[in-house]
Design a protein around this ligand. Structure first.
Ligand code: ADP
Length: 261
């Protein structure tokens, strides 16, 4: 009769509901795990510079303040620690906005050649400290106009060049080139002849907080978020990012952009 049919439908519906709920709970569990890992990483990243700053302040209070030379030295170091905390927090803010989808792109037409030259000027001192030459083919005397979020693309270029300097060898080179791809695309390459990356690490390179050498990278500074930010920005543009690297030979990071006709 109609009652049994209804009972069957009801049982089926209950089953489906239970299955959906189970799936939902699994998804939530994974998300919760991800969230825990993220916050674990964040507090870990903040702890190191915080302890450093606190250490110098305590040493100063403990008597080092009376010694003029030590006073200045420790204050400078404490201030460096605060600086480091500041850019970690800035990177965290950026990655959060990118992941929540809170960061709308401001697409405009700009000259990528000029942008790269500007970034070179900005990073010249940093490169000079390691005697690294920044090379940008002088064939690029003419502008190349692209359609993208200028500020975000500048951040991509900065992050990639900063890495090529950080992980580059003394007296090495960082070379940037732009090439026409199919149709309306260009590809920007940042190549170094530095320490390179072992093939096994490449799949995890764009993960938040992933570092090949934890201690080594920390000495070089950096939040461990640079490449995660780069990937997010490029993907938000619907563009592609590539990496080629050989351990002890060097690395090449490249990304595509839309060219205006
Ligand atoms: P970090 O703040 O550690 O530099 P990134 O996200 O920018 O964080 O980079 C992640 C890791 O990828 C680095 O710790 C380093 O091990 C590796 N890496 C990035 N760029 C290069 C490069 N040009 N050459 C060699 N290793 C690199």
């Amino acid at each position: 009769g109609p009652i049994t049919t209804d009972m069957n439908t009801l049982t089926q519906e209950i089953d489906k509901f239970a299955r959906d709920k189970k799936l939902e709970i699994e998804t939530l569990k994974i998300r919760e795990q991800y969230r825990k890992e993220f916050f674990g990483n964040v507090s870990h990243e903040l702890k190191t510079p915080l302890f450093t700053v606190q250490g110098y302040i305590l040493t100063l209070l403990d008597g080092a303040m009376d010694n003029e030379a030590l006073r200045e030295k420790y204050l400078i170091r404490a201030s460096k620690g605060v600086e480091r905390l500041t850019y970690i927090v800035k990177d965290l803010d950026m990655i959060t906005k990118l992941e929540v989808g809170d960061l709308s792109l401001k697409i405009e037409v700009f000259d990528i050649v000029e942008l790269i030259k500007g970034v070179f000027d900005m990073l010249e001192m940093k490169a000079h400290k390691k005697k690294i030459s920044l090379i940008f083919d002088t064939n690029y005397s003419k502008p190349i106009f692209v359609n993208a979020d200028k500020e975000r693309i500048q951040q991509v270029v900065v992050n990639l060049i900063v890495n090529s300097i950080k992980y580059g060898r003394e007296r090495g080179t960082t070379e940037v080139s732009i090439e026409n791809l199919i149709k309306n695309k260009v590809i920007v390459r940042v190549t170094d002849n530095g320490e390179g990356i072992n093939k096994v690490h490449i799949p995890r390179l764009f993960e938040r907080f992933f570092r090949v050498d934890k201690s080594g990278s920390r000495k070089e500074g950096g939040s461990g978020l640079g490449l995660a930010i780069v990937k997010h920005i490029i993907e938000a543009h619907d563009e592609k990012i590539y990496i080629e690297s050989d351990f002890n030979v060097g690395s090449e990071f490249s990304f595509t952009l839309e060219k205006t006709k």
